[in-house]
Design a protein around this ligand. Sequence first.
Ligand SMILES: *Cc1c(COP(=O)(O)O)cnc(C)c1O
Length: 390
Amino acid sequence: MTGFKQVSTQKGLLVIPGPIEIADDVLYANAHPSMAHTSPEFIPVFGDCIRMIREVLYTKDAQPFLISGSGTLGWDQVASNLVEPGENALVLNTGYFGDSFADCLEVYGAKVDSLRAKVGGVVPMDEIESALKSKRYKIVTVTHVDTSTAVLSDIKSIAAVVKKASPETLIILDGVCSVASELIKMDEWGLDVIMTASQKGLGTPPGLSVLVASNRAIQTFENRIAPVSSYYASWKKWLPIMKAYEQGTAAYFATPPVNLIYAFNASLMTITKSSEVSLEERFKLHEEASQRVKSAAVELGLKQVPDPENAANGMTALYFPEGYTASDILPRLSAKGVIVAGGLHKDIKDRYFRIGHMGISVVQQSRGDIDKVIDSLRDSLKEAQADKWQ
Ligand SMILES: *Cc1c(COP(=O)(O)O)cnc(C)c1O
């Protein structure tokens, strides 16, 4: 075997908003010898993942679904299990991922209304309230952190408004870019579905759709009249599987990603059971790292895409300086071993870039990742400026 280590040291520092840097113990867990998905050794590993994801979201008894797939599969699960054709869905749109969620809901026959924030902003609360009062919505969806804009929505306050204006409406949180980097209190805030994926704040390789549904959401699913409109995403198929693994027996609908579950278990152990960094401290560390990156950006004269009062803690989106483009900055960062992401939101795509600061890059401070990002950004800007003035 040549060079597993070599590859991992040559690849550069991955600071895009997912996939993120992965801890060695998680990578090694992913390299577990191949196991039967029904083996007695594997069953509790899966069961513990189900129990631990509840801890990350501060929920006592909501129902997790861990299914092979990417974060996108969460949209299909919501659309096909919770909404019946012709029912109304309200999408709070703070960027690219709001468009995609709306698109997915429509594929399954939902009637979608979108409330669109201006680029970098959030949807005003009074607009949310009046929309909810104007007609009956089965669900309202909120992108917690829209990865295209780095806008953080205040889900706690939004949930309170929904409960007041339309208590029957299920509250769905797209937390793909926020789970484990932003505080989410599922039970206390009354959230019905939180969907995420393995490769962002949860610090695991991509390939696992992670969704947690409240008892109310499960009841809504059980009471639906129209048949579930998906085969692979059907909770009819998956609910017995999740319950079996949690109770310590195996059941089969479709093969789970066995090795990825070992990796996910290792990462969840660190997130929920670490004696060094508690879950609360983890969120605080994300806030601190975020502040450092954002303060450095101010010093360097770079403007953020989100309004500063609603900027995410797990990532930063920055406009290039006037007169500069991606090709002036990103290749220089990359030459220094720092891999960031370009723009994604269609209105401003070529004018900004994105830095992820989640997981071990912020929690394992001895790695020095945040320093490296800030120093490399400063140097890259200097070089780009020097080049312009030659
Ligand atoms: C990344 C992301 C998704 C999609 O997840 P995939 O794993 O790429 O399918 C959905 N919503 C948000 C907010 C994301 O950041």
